[in-house]
Design a protein around this ligand. Structure first.
Ligand SMILES: [Zn+2]
Ligand SMILES: [Zn+2]
Length: 290
């Protein structure tokens, strides 16, 4: 094959690949600030929005490097399992994320804290006890899906705007999110958000426990090794244990999974000194064996 021909082939192959990965919907880019606050979720763990074409929640794929290339993932308009599903025209639609994530989160948290503290005048409610622990949880960003749902339900029961009632005044159900009061909308938003986040949250909890186990194990080993420091006999098993502990601690410092628990500065400093100590110990053991 001539060099020229090979070059042409390479170029066309590259072009084809690029076209496929850059599929874009024919619809105009969707600007996040034009959506209702309850129609998008900027939490990186579940970044998504309500697709205007099909009115379902659709994840946004955000390229790590370029925010400008955020897109709705391809999706179908029918429920999963439908034969010959039709692809929604909103698939691959460009998304302009022009709302700051911190601003969004602040509004979510602040709104809910207000909901439980202040009462708005236009809403007739039965007096309720302030759910203080829940507010603390919300402020700490630790409210879970169950708590959020309860807060939302309690609001609906007490709010004439947010509830559909029968003629005896009994609450039948919540009104649509769009026609709820400002507080109600925020609570619905929080409930939906935490629900979407729940699987990731549970997984993070498991990872955290796993990490804690590994950490405790590494520390115990380190302390044993320090107690052992003056022992005269050093076996292969000792060296192997130090090697393993060192590998585990280094792995903890450099987790391969993107969603691994983030270390605090203190944990990191602790870990660094543990690694240094273990590395020194490893050196000593190796030298002694020679
Ligand atoms: Zn859609
Ligand atoms: Zn309400």
């Amino acid at each position: 094959m001539s060099t020229a021909l090979r070059e042409v082939e390479t170029v066309s192959r590259e072009r084809k690949r690029r076209t496929r990965s850059r599929t874009i919907s024919r619809l105009n880019p969707l600007v996040v600030s034009t959506l209702q606050p309850h129609e998008y979720d900027l939490d990186p763990a579940c970044i998504s929005l309500v697709c205007p074409s099909c009115r379902t929640w659709v994840p946004i794929r955000v390229a790590a490097t370029e925010r400008a290339t955020a897109k709705l993932v391809p999706h179908h308009t029918e429920p999963a399992g439908t034969e010959d599903p039709v692809r929604c025209p909103g698939s691959h639609r460009l998304v302009v994320i022009n709302v700051d994530r911190e601003t969004w989160r602040h509004r979510l948290e602040e709104g809910v804290a207000e909901t439980n503290g202040r009462r708005s005048d236009r809403v007739v409610r039965k007096p309720q006890a302030k759910p203080a622990p829940a507010v603390m949880q919300i402020l700490a960003g630790t409210v879970d899906d169950k708590t959020a749902r309860k807060l939302d339900e309690a609001h609906v029961r007490g709010c004439s705007i947010c509830s559909v009632r029968d003629d005896k005044g009994r609450t039948l159900r919540a009104t649509d999110v769009a026609s709820r009061c400002a507080d109600g909308r925020r609570l619905a938003q929080l409930a939906a958000h935490t629900k979407r986040l729940a699987p990731a949250r549970r997984k993070a909890q498991l990872d955290r426990e796993d990490w804690n186990d590994r950490w405790a194990w590494g520390m115990r080993l380190l302390h044993e090794q320090q107690w052992d420091q003056h022992a005269k006999k050093v076996g292969d098993a000792d060296l192997q244990r130090v090697d393993d502990a060192l590998a585990a601690l280094i792995q903890t410092l450099n987790p391969h999974k993107a969603d691994a628990p983030q270390l605090t500065d203190w944990e990191r400093a602790d870990l660094m000194s543990a690694i240094t100590l273990l590395a020194t110990r490893q050196e000593q053991l190796k030298r002694r064996r020679r």
